[in-house]
Design a protein around this ligand. Sequence first.
Ligand code: AMP
Length: 191
Amino acid sequence: MINIVLFGPPGAGKGTQAEKLKQHFDLIHLSTGDIFRANIKGQTELGNLAKSYIDKGQLVPDEVTIDLLKSEMDKYPDTKGFIFDGFPRTTAQAEALDKMLAEKGEKVDVMVALEVPEEELKKRLMARAEVSGRTDDADPEIIQNRINVYKKETAPVKDYYAGKGKYVGINGVGSIDEIFNKLVEEINKHI
Ligand code: AMP
C-alpha cells in the first residue's frame, strides 16, 4: 500500500493537490474536513457535533475524528492506498493512524507538507470564501483562530514524522502544476 499524509495550514492548497495526487497514484483521497462537511449538509448527528467546532475554527475532538477516519478507511479494503488530507491534525491522531495502519501490516510512507506564509494563507482563504460558501472561510476572526490552532496543535505533528525521517517540506507558493510536480518527485523517493 501507499499511504501519503498531505500536510499544511488551512489554505495551503491541500485539497487541490490531493485531487491531482489521487489520480496520479490511483489512491483514495480521505479528507476529514470534506467528510464533516458532507455530514453537516446531511444534518447527521456527527454533522451537528462537528459544526459546533468547525464554526468556531476549533478542532473536532480526537476521539470523534479518529473513529470517523477508521470507519472511512474500512470502506476501502482493496485500495492501493490513501492520501490523508487534513488528518492527522494532532499528535494523538498521528499515533492512532500508525496503530490503525499497523493492524493492517501497513505504515505511513511520507508526510509532504505545503509551506505557505501566513499573509498569503489569509488572502487565499478570503478569496476561497467567495466560491466555497464555507462559513469558516468568510470571517477573518475564524480564519485567525484556525491558523492559531494549526500552529499550536497541528504543527507538532511535523516533528512526529520528522523524528521518523518521513517529513518533507515543499514550497506551496507557485503554480498548481509546479507544486504538483515537486510533490510527485518527493513522494516517489519514499514509496
Ligand atoms: P479542512 O477542510 O481540512 O480545512 O477542515 C475544516 C474543519 O474541520 C477544521 O477547521 C476542523 O474544525 C475540522 N477538522 C477537519 N479535519 C480535522 C481533524 N483531523 N481533526 C479535528 N478537526 C478536524
